[in-house]
Design a protein around this ligand. Structure first.
Ligand SMILES: [Zn+2]
Ligand SMILES: [Zn+2]
Length: 769
């Protein structure tokens, strides 16, 4: 391949590598790669990544440079690699140089990583000195972000600082050729953290093998609180109906699905359909929870995910998980966040014993502190691509790479499924899933993440971006933030900008933002929006027609209210005579109260929400009049679809008004009511409704293209977690010649909002400066 004349020539090359290349075993990797090829030179950590110099026979150097990116450690992520010629030097060997103090910040911190194959083999090898040691790790695996107190990332600034390495561990830690070279959480039976099984009152059971003892209790039907990487899980046997029912009852979580941890891929294949992409996702070092279609018959208890055709499944990611799963015969454990419904996950031993008292029968504790809570991430494959639903443990704090430099900004996100975002250079750091900012615990968690991320990333934001909703906790927090520039961003504008940023777009796009709730610039609740948008601003080109949302927030949990509101809006009081099951079953007294509310406009804000339209259709179709978690009615409406496509769609009207197009839902409801009275199946109704939305949006996009020449469409907002809608709208738009952009790395829902806020704020401040 290479010019043979070069073979005997000695050359020296300098390589600058950027990306995630520190704390991921990159230096020992390069050391091995160089010494195997008899190259001399050096490697050191720099402010931006690592710097390498290699010298030796030309062919060996060229081979080194080729392999360098190809065989990099699994956790490394190289974003830039620049090679330059250097004059030859005189050193004999290849050396790892100590990084200069002050050269460490600006480095990307690795997320927490699942146990690697080498450590897993040692874990179950009776001859290994770490046989069954629950905290085995190396530079390729183990905790990072969740045990980090400050930077640079070294042992003194992690929660491992209280454990003194023994001589054997220290020797590994200091040997550049060892897999544990500078593995900060390195530990063993002699010197590291320990596990203890306690009863619910906190007393130790003094179990010789706490995992075996905990496993036995789980097999007997108990609920065990298990301290893991980013917090506690509540674990029970997923095939034990009674245990699952007891867990639901104690956790006060009525129907929201529980995630299930399986010992192996084969076990998962017994109860779920696993496609190629999902299989690859399940075994990735991030170990997310992957949503998979359930097989019809399995021994998983129905209570794990009632009324849901999907199951959230993941594989063990800590050595402790492996030891626990090896101790039970069940093919699946429920592993749900250790908290009461909607509170943040518990992380401290005392905290868990206190907050989870009454939820767990036993506590499997350990004495390595979790410094920052981090929930499991949730992903799914839809329309052939990986989609983040909840971006958290395993992904945070790896940055989202931007296509341009932006100033330091803090964006505080929305109210539900909150995340924050900090920017620096061409990196956007999204924090872990914080959840719904509606209780004191979540507020504290939010503030913790804001200050912790600023500290470890060394970002002092000049600008704080926030949602326009005056009552969001995050908004109020931002408005109290002293001495910075504040930028308010409209909710759906932020959604579209997040999609643009993730896809490295500039200029203007047709932005389709569909979700449940977002504060509009007219003070109304938006959610079925088509915007002509760029980072610099937006024009509201179209929206669903407004209807009252009787009872405000209450309507989110009682979809029947939206159904009544739509019927009243389109048909007046005559709807009470409609001969359909939904109307027949209505409680007339409640309806009268509700209609009085909408007439007087008291506690009945107007909304163009797409989520609420889904709710209304779901209620009318007889799926759900009440829900136990947000968007449940919409999820079950999507799930109701089975059987073949008949190509028909409920029509929506397009009316041009002074403020853009209005998507009128009256013809949709007329057709829907006709179907209901003719006894159409829920599946048919659901499909025609979905097709109707696809159709009207595609027609609108075409009209807007004629007017503006814009040909790029961004799809964003929580409604696009609906796989059918995502797939069919993308397909329809592409067939019309549009270039369609969707979310992958960043959630389409409110978890991605902060990224869009940051990008819009970045544009606004650079305009002004
Ligand atoms: Zn390892
Ligand atoms: Zn040791």
């Amino acid at each position: 391949m290479h010019a043979s004349g070069e073979q005997s020539r000695t050359i020296r090359r300098g390589v600058e590598v950027r990306g995630i290349v520190q704390g991921v075993g990159f230096r020992p990797y390069v050391y091995r790669l160089a010494t195997e090829r008899c190259l001399s030179g050096l490697i050191r950590n720099t402010v931006a990544g690592v710097e390498i110099e290699v010298q030796g026979e030309a062919e060996a150097v060229v081979d080194f440079l080729e392999r360098l990116p190809q065989e990099a450690p699994p956790l490394a992520r190289i974003t830039d690699l620049a090679v330059r010629d250097l004059a030859c030097g005189h050193e004999e060997s290849f050396r790892i140089l100590v990084s200069q103090p002050g050269a460490e910040p600006r480095v990307l911190i690795s997320p927490d990583v699942a146990i690697c194959d080498d450590c897993l083999r040692e874990l179950f090898d009776p001859a290994d000195r770490r046989y069954r040691y629950p905290f085995i790790n190396c530079t390729n695996c183990g905790p990072r972000y969740t045990i980090l107190r400050g930077i640079p990332y070294d042992r003194a600034r992690t929660s491992m600082n209280v454990f003194q390495m023994c001589a054997a561990c220290r020797a590994e830690y200091e040997d550049p050729a060892n897999r544990r070279f500078h593995a900060q959480p390195n530990a063993c039976w002699d010197c590291g953290p320990k596990v203890d099984l306690r009863v619910s009152t906190g007393e130790s059971m003094n179990a010789a093998d706490p995992f075996a003892a905990a496993g036995a209790q789980i097999e007997a039907g108990a609920i065990v609180a298990v301290k893991g990487l980013g917090g506690f899980h509540l674990a029970c046997d997923a095939t034990n109906r009674e245990a699952v029912a007891r867990l639901r009852d104690r956790k006060r979580r009525v129907e929201k699905p529980f995630a299930v941890m399986a010992p192996s891929l084969q076990a998962i294949e017994a109860y779920c359909e696993v496609d190629e992409e999902s299989r690859a996702l399940l075994v990735r070092p991030e170990r997310p929870i992957v949503l998979l279609r359930r097989k019809q018959h399995s021994d998983i208890a129905d209570g794990v995910a009632p009324f849901n055709r999907y199951l959230g499944v993941f594989l063990p990611y800590t050595p402790g998980h492996h030891l626990l799963l090896a101790a039970v015969h069940s093919t699946a454990l429920v592993m749900t966040s250790g908290n009461l419904s909607e509170e943040p996950i518990a992380i401290g031993n005392e905290e868990a014993l206190d907050r989870l008292r009454g939820l767990a029968d036993y506590f499997l504790l350990h004495n390595r502190d979790i410094l920052l809570r981090s929930d499991d991430s949730v992903v799914r494959v839809a329309n052939g691509r990986v989609r983040q639903l909840r971006r958290s443990r395993g992904y945070v704090p790896a940055p989202v790479f931007l296509h341009k430099e932006v100033p330091p900004i803090l964006a505080v996100g929305g109210e539900l499924k909150n995340t924050i975002c900090l920017t620096r250079g061409s990196h956007a750091f999204l924090g872990q899933h914080i959840g719904d900012l509606e209780n004191a615990e979540s507020y504290r968690f939010f503030e913790e993440v804001v200050s912790h991320l600023q500290r470890i990333l060394e970002i002092e934001p000049r600008v704080v971006a926030y949602d326009l909703h005056p009552d969001y906790f995050s908004t109020r927090w931002a408005l109290r933030h002293p001495a910075v520039e504040l930028v308010g961003v409209q909710h759906h504008h932020a959604h579209v900008a997040a999609c643009m940023a993730e896809n490295h777009l500039d200029g203007r796009v047709i932005g389709v933002a569909l979700d449940g709730t977002g504060f509009g610039t007219d003070g109304k609740i938006w959610g079925g929006e088509i915007l002509l948008a760029g980072y610099d601003g937006f024009e509201r080109a179209a929206h669903l027609n407004y209807v009252p949302m009787p009872g405000g927030e209450k309507a989110i949990y009682e979809p029947w209210r939206m159904a009544v509101s739509y019927l009243q809006h389109h048909f007046g009081p005559a709807f009470l005579e409609f001969d359909i099951p939904f109307v027949r079953k209505l409680d007339r007294r409640k309806v009268v109260t509700l209609l009085r509310m909408t007439e007087r406009g008291v506690n009945a804000p107007l909304t163009s929400s797409c989520g609420r339209l889904f709710d209304a259709v779901s209620a009318l179709a007889g799926i759900r009049g009440q829900v136990n978690y947000e968007a449940q009615a919409a999820v079950e409406l999507e799930m109701a679809m089975d059987g073949a496509e008949d190509g028909s769609a409920y029509p929506l009207a397009l009316v041009e008004t002074e403020s853009g197009w209005e998507m009128g839902t009256r013809p949709l409801f007329e057709a829907l009511l006709r179907d209901i009275s003719e006894g159409a199946s829920v599946s048919v109704i659901s499909r025609r409704f979905h097709n109707g939305l696809v159709d009207v949006i595609a027609r609108l996009a075409t009209l807007l293209r004629e007017r503006t020449n814009l040909n790029r469409v961004c799809l964003s907002g929580g409604t696009f977690q609906n796989a059918y809608l995502l797939e069919h709208l993308t397909g329809n738009l592409e067939a019309r010649g549009f270039v369609v952009f969707t979310h992958g790395e960043v959630p389409a829902g409110d978890g991605g909002l902060s990224l869009g806020q940051a990008m819009i704020a970045a544009h606004r401040v650079s305009e002004c400066s």
